[in-house]
Design a protein around this ligand. Structure first.
Ligand code: FAD
Length: 400
């Protein structure tokens, strides 16, 4: 290709630009970003919500400076449409930008629930600034959703003297990601961190000064944060590409969008990637946006000469004083084996096995750095690892 346009100016876009140049692409590169800010990192928005008011720029964090590597970078200029023709692609963004290849890296947007207009969300640097301004010591914060981001914000806000209540619809925190059995092990962290956690909470109304629950409780709040997930930001594509019901774009190992010419690629939170080891891997996590662009650039410029790297799905989180890493994809039907005691200061891990089998599908580590390297290594091979469940559950035996 001679002209490539990258849509979105976040982590996946930044890494794509870096990987293309590293692979020797010397054609014309255009980057479009909806936000007026240079590419920045999102995890600090929650983890450092109160102690880092400026966005953490990726040029600094990763040493990849899109503004010097691309020929044109347009910030504050959202794309509004894509046309794929036999000759190439055209992106609408105020004007029409023609290219040989379009790379869609527009990330995700916070899920908003109709009727919850009084609730803030946390997805962008602007969202973080708005939330930060309201979280003064003594303020009452109600967080709807005890997922990764809700739990992180609850922890940092409580530590700064904010009175925090977390309202979770499921029976345990983190149950969307980890299931209720493992999620329940995180429930005591909330009280220990000075946060009130209400599970099985059905929110019926969000007012300016309170959240109402189905059981009649009124949770008074000066600030309400809705942290109920994110969805791929692909509405701007309209009917130009086939999209899944959640808005994601199915991609192959080289991040080519299925059902479209191979000159259309998608990477990062927008993409649901085909993995030999894990099946369809949804976006939504930092590591996928960091690593995906490497295979994308290799495939686009030279064809994947070797196997695609097929990175293991990996999430990290720091919440209420605990460090979590999750490798692989836990599923509701899996069998869970615990490794260690959840109340021990040595940390613990959880392992998810395919039902009735020795095939390991996912590993969570909690405050247990010694299992992190082992977990990553287990998922380095082409196929899912097989493990003796009894040995794996024995903390006295190294994980391997
Ligand atoms: P993004 O970083 O969202 O970048 C996409 C960019 O595209 C955005 O800047 C957006 O403005 C722009 N855009 C959108 N629409 C258009 C358009 N039409 N035209 C042009 N530009 C457009 N992951 C973890 O694994 N661990 C964590 O601890 C963690 N913490 C997080 C905390 C917060 C508060 C948030 C919001 C996310 C967190 N994540 C975490 C998720 C992680 O940040 C994302 O997976 C990652 O940023 C995805 O990168 P991306 O480039 O695909 O999308």
């Amino acid at each position: 290709p001679r002209r490539i346009v990258v849509v979105g100016a976040g982590l996946a876009a930044t890494q794509t630009v870096g990987a293309l140049r590293e692979r020797g692409f010397d054609g014309h590169l255009t980057v479009l970003g909806a936000e007026p800010v240079p590419p920045y990192d999102r995890p600090p928005l929650s983890k450092h919500l109160l102690d880092r008011p400026e966005p953490t720029l990726l040029s600094h964090e990763l040493g990849v400076d899109v503004q010097s590597l691309a020929d044109e970078v347009h910030l504050g200029r959202p794309a509004t449409g894509l046309t794929v023709s036999p000759a190439g692609v055209e992106i609408e963004a105020g004007a029409t930008i023609g290219a040989d290849v379009a790379i869609i890296a527009t990330g995700a947007r916070a899920r908003r629930v109709p009727g919850w207009e009084h609730a803030l969300v946390l997805h962008t640097a602007a969202d973080a600034a708005a939330l930060r301004a309201r979280l003064t010591p003594g303020a009452r914060l109600a967080v709807i959703g005890a997922g990764w981001i809700g739990a992180e914000v609850a922890g940092v806000a409580a530590a700064a003297g904010v009175e925090v209540t977390v309202l979770e619809a499921a029976s345990a925190p983190l149950s969307g990601a980890l299931g209720a059995q493992v999620g329940a092990l995180a429930a005591p962290w909330f009280a220990a961190g000075g946060v009130r956690l209400v599970t099985d909470a059905r929110v019926t109304r969000v007012d300016e000064d309170a959240v109402h629950l189905a059981d009649g409780e009124r949770v008074a709040a000066d600030v309400v944060l809705a942290a109920v997930g994110a969805l791929p930001a692909t509405a701007w594509l309209g009917d130009a590409l086939p999209r899944e019901p959640d808005g994601s774009l199915l991609v192959d190992e080289g991040y080519a969008v299925l059902g479209a010419p191979r000159r259309v690629r998608a990477v990062g939170d927008v993409a649901r990637r085909r993995s030999h080891r894990h099946g369809w891997v949804p976006g939504g996590h930092w590591d996928g946006a960091l690593r995906g662009p490497v295979d994308l650039a290799a495939d686009l410029l030279t064809g994947l000469e070797s196997q695609p790297t097929d990175p293991v799905p990996y999430v990290f989180s720091t919440q209420l004083g605990h460090d979590l890493t999750l490798f692989g994809l836990p599923e509701p039907g899996h069998d869970v084996v615990l490794r260690g005691d959840a109340s021990s200061s040595e940390g613990w891990s959880a392992l998810w096995f395919r039902p009735g089998s020795s095939t390991l599908a996912a590993v969570l580590t909690v405050d247990r750095p010694r299992d992190v390297g082992a977990a990553r290594r287990l998922f380095a091979a082409r196929d899912l690892p097989r493990l003796d469940r009894d040995l794996a559950g024995d903390v006295g035996v190294p994980l391997r």
